[in-house]
Design a protein around this ligand. Structure first.
Ligand SMILES: Cc1cc2nc3c(=O)[nH]c(=O)nc-3n(C[C@H](O)[C@H](O)[C@H](O)COP(=O)(O)O)c2cc1C
Length: 196
């Protein structure tokens, strides 16, 4: 697993999270685990209690999974079909209501985040994706007009044997993960004055 460097320790579920691509294409997810991941998403905080987030869920081999794979951008189609499950995340589509529209997106992000953490807790990797045709996804699944597909989540098992993963995917997974240092992003007193 590529390193997550932090100034102090963070919870292992956060430290161990990363967006992998080298999934085991034979791994499966059982009903309880997939349900737990959806429950984690369901119980994310939601602005105004509106709870606009909806999921469309497929397991590798089923019709929904195939349809979700079909609307992915080419780059994601190289690795995400090896996931055990794919979850389409939909949220508010009300551009005339700025608050609802904006916070609907935030709700979706929070739901994704909770689903990713729950995936890690269950030994899976959760990898969010925006790289898919949102219009096609909405048409395929009949998403109502007041909602919009906003992201997809791949839930997979990282392959035990990295040599079983195509070299191109292995190389992408080996790229060091980086973030801006904390003192570049966390301020106190004045913008730009690092939080110590
Ligand atoms: C909203 C969003 C959309 C993303 N879309 C894609 C995607 O389409 N394909 C992909 O491979 N990764 C996607 N990612 C994953 C990011 O590339 C990844 O989180 C980033 O490189 C940081 O790596 P880490 O998650 O391992 O820390 C997306 C992440 C977010 C938050």
């Amino acid at each position: 697993m590529p390193e997550t460097s932090t100034r102090v320790d963070v919870h292992p579920l956060i430290a161990e999270r990363w967006s992998a691509r080298g999934y085991d294409p034979t791994a499966v997810i059982d009903d309880d685990d997939l349900t737990a991941i959806l429950e984690a998403g369901r119980w994310a905080p939601t602005w105004g209690g509106l709870a606009p987030v909806r999921f469309v869920v497929g397991r590798r081999g089923d019709e929904t999974f195939e349809a979700l794979t079909a609307v992915m951008k080419r780059g994601n189609r190289t690795w995400a079909p090896a996931a055990a499950a794919l979850i389409l995340v939909c949220t508010t589509n009300e551009p005339d209501d700025v608050m609802k529209h904006e916070y609907g997106a935030l709700d979706a992000g929070l739901a994704l985040s909770q689903m990713i953490v729950q995936s890690v807790a269950l030994g899976f990797n959760g990898h969010p994706m925006a790289g898919f045709d949102k219009t096609a996804a909405a048409e395929t699944f009949g998403v109502p007009a007041h909602l919009r597909p906003i992201a997809m989540l791949a839930v997979g098992r990282v392959a035990d044997d990295p040599t079983s993963v195509p070299a191109e995917i292995r190389e992408r997974d080996a790229v060091p993960r980086t973030r801006l240092p904390l003192d570049h992003i966390a301020f106190a007193g004045q913008w730009g004055r690092p939080f110590e």
